[in-house]
Ligand binder design. Structure first.
Ligand code: PRP
Ligand code: URA
Length: 209
């Protein structure tokens, strides 16, 4: 069973509450998602390996630690995942970026793929798969499936808000994938929206409704 990390730091909880508020407009919504993603990146990268290097401080020579050069790839699920890219990249600027285009059919709730472009060496990289919403889990399970089909096996899923249904589905179908969420909500409604959630993340991010 994959691990679920709920990042309930007070700053994150505060910012998620502002995002949930229906009066929050696209500009503030984007800024908040950006800030939360940066805070989440701090935890998601906690296990990056370090190596010891020798440096000269102004006082003496010292052995200190730097990141051992583990390669990362950031892969947002289009469209709403795009809103998490800049925040994560501000902490790991050397990461490569791939894209997976999926939308959820509003009638069947099944994911439909329309785009996939990954870094050439994606198989050698740890993948941070980004999507603000984990609802039924259909989109995340499909995206993880595409990544695995292309040889990627070191995958972390990073969501802003998750429903228990989505967590369970990812855990069942991809038990090797660690899940990082800022909030674990109550349930889904009859249309597959997260309760209380924040509505349609893509529409709120891009102002399309
Ligand atoms: C939303 C969201 C996820 C998906 C989650 O995308 O960003 O990708 O729904 O739902 P699921 O867990 O039930 O699959 P949507 O299909 O609305 O596309 P968009 O990002 O283009 O708006
Ligand atoms: N997609 C969203 O954007 N929001 C939800 O609540 C569920 C799926």
């Amino acid at each position: 069973m994959s691990h679920v990390h709920v990042m309930d730091h007070p700053l994150i909880q505060h910012k998620v509450s502002l995002m949930r508020d229906k009066e929050t407009g696209p500009k503030e919504f984007r800024e908040l998602l950006n800030e939360i993603s940066m805070l989440m990146a701090y935890e998601v990268t906690r296990d990056l390996p370090l190596k010891t290097v020798q440096i000269e401080t102004p006082i003496c020579s010292a052995q200190t630690k730097v990141i051992a050069g583990k390669k990362l790839a950031i892969v947002p699920i289009l469209r709403a995942g795009l809103g998490m890219v800049d925040g994560i990249m501000s902490l790991v600027p050397a990461a490569k970026i791939g894209h997976i285009g999926l939308y959820r059919d509003p009638n069947t709730l099944e994911p439909v793929e329309y785009y996939c472009k990954l870094p050439a060496d994606a198989q050698e990289r740890e993948i941070l798969l980004l999507d603000p919403m984990l609802a039924t889990g259909g989109s995340a399970v499909a995206a993880i499936g595409f990544l695995k089909k292309r040889g990627c096996h070191n995958i972390k899923l990073v969501n802003l808000i998750a429903a228990p249904e989505g967590i369970n589905r990812v855990q069942q179908e991809h038990p090797d994938v660690e899940i990082f969420v800022a909030a674990l909500d109550e349930k889904l409604n009859d249309h597959g929206y997260i309760i209380p959630g924040l509505g349609d993340a893509g529409d709120r991010l891009f102002g399309t409704k």
